[in-house]
Structure formats: C-alpha cells, structure tokens
Design a protein around this ligand. Structure first.
Ligand code: FE2
Length: 224
C-alpha cells in the first residue's frame, strides 16, 4: 500500500515536472537563441557599406536583453532549404531554433492558393514580436521561382540576404543579382521588385523612417 502510494506520487510529480518543463524550457531556450542572433546580425550589418545597416546595427544590441512574444501557431513556411543553406553554423542554429516560434505573416499577396510563396516576420517594430517605435526589422522568405511585384513605401528599407539569391530591381533599372551575404537599401518611395531563381531566399529586413504601412502599394502580380 505504501509502495503504491509512493509510486503514484512519483508518477504525479513526474507528470507535473514534464508539463512545467515542456512549457518553460523552450521559452528560456528561445531567449538564448535571440541573444545569439542579435550580435550575429549586427556583425553582418556592421561589415556592410549600407548606412542604414549601420543605423540598425546600432539600435539592435540593447534589444538582445528584451523578451519577444513568441508565436504558438505551427509554422507552415517551408524554411528547411533556406536554413540549411545559411553558411554560418551559429546563425543557422539560432534561426533554426527560433523558426517554429516566429510569427510569420502570410496574408494577402503573400499566399497564392495552397502554396506559401512569400512570408515575413516582424521581430521588432510597432507590430513586432518585440514592440518598438523607432524601426521595424525581421525575416523575409521567398520561394524559388517567385516574383514579388514592384512596390513602394515611405520607409527606407534594408535587406541582408542570409541564404539563396534573387534578382532585385530598383525603379526602372535592370534587375541585379544579389547574392547571399549582401546588404542593400531601397530609399523611400522608390519602386522595387524581387524575382527568385532556382533557390529559396531567406533575408533580414528593416524599415526606418516613416514606419506606417499607409504608403505601401504594390502593382498587380505580373510574371517577370
Ligand atoms: Fe520594400
């Protein structure tokens, strides 16, 4: 009888421990991966020639100590190819660990039929997983052989490609191939468009200046 009670207590305790552990450990781990991610992206932005990249790299470090509101919805964005193609193992591990708990936006033009063509996360910003009023930044993913039509907005925009590559157009200029590791800007109000080729593309993005989406307009989808 005593032995049976002890066993029951052990079972109840292990059940409680597993529930508490399952709920708490991932959140702790996610925060650590965020803390790893921030200096890695800052280092990449610092080494670029983009003035906006240097501004963002100056704003991010303080935020490494702040918590994000992690998502609870299953991530349906097919990221495995993009993540495995990241050349820095530390960055690869951090993004891979955070990816299932990121809040991916796939609304509107970002989803075509049952296939997710494009998606983004706002890590930091007015609508971000970490609330901030001075800038927006996050991750952007685009499927291979996908066109992001010409669009424009008042914010100055930064991209840094983590993996894959794409053809990028500014205004009516010719498309330029941007490779993994490159950082570049789109200034406020200037049209820009993106065409991926044979690889999916994963990038970091940031907005600075007028952060409102009110000025965002996009042309209808016309294949490049
Ligand atoms: Fe843009």
């Amino acid at each position: 009888m005593v032995l049976e009670l002890q066993n029951n207590c052990v079972i109840v305790f292990l059940g409680w421990l597993s529930k508490v552990g399952l709920k708490m450990m991932p959140r702790t781990s996610l925060f650590e991966h965020w803390q790893t991610f921030v200096p890695l992206i800052c280092d990449r932005l610092e080494r670029s020639n983009s003035p906006l990249a240097k501004v963002i790299s100056g704003l991010l470090p303080d935020l490494a100590q702040r918590s994000l509101e992690w998502g609870d919805v299953s991530n349906l964005v097919p990221l495995s190819n993009s993540i495995s193609a990241i050349n820095d193992p530390h960055l690869r591990q951090a993004i891979n660990a955070m990816a299932p708990s990121l809040v991916w936006i796939k609304r509107g033009f970002f989803t075509s039929g049952n296939t997710i063509n494009r998606a983004y996360v706002e890590l930091v910003g007015p609508d971000g997983m970490l609330k901030h009023g001075q800038f927006r930044c996050g991750l952007y993913w685009q499927l291979a052989q996908t066109y992001y039509p010409k669009h424009r907005h008042n914010a100055n925009e930064l991209y840094h490609i983590f993996s894959g590559n794409a053809l990028w157009q500014t205004g009516d200029e010719d498309f330029i191939l941007r490779e993994s590791g490159s950082s570049f800007e789109h200034l406020n109000g200037i049209d820009h468009a993106t065409q991926t080729l044979e690889h999916d593309m994963l990038a970091f993005w940031a907005w600075r200046g007028d952060l409102s989406f009110d000025s965002y307009t996009m042309d209808s989808i016309i294949a490049y």
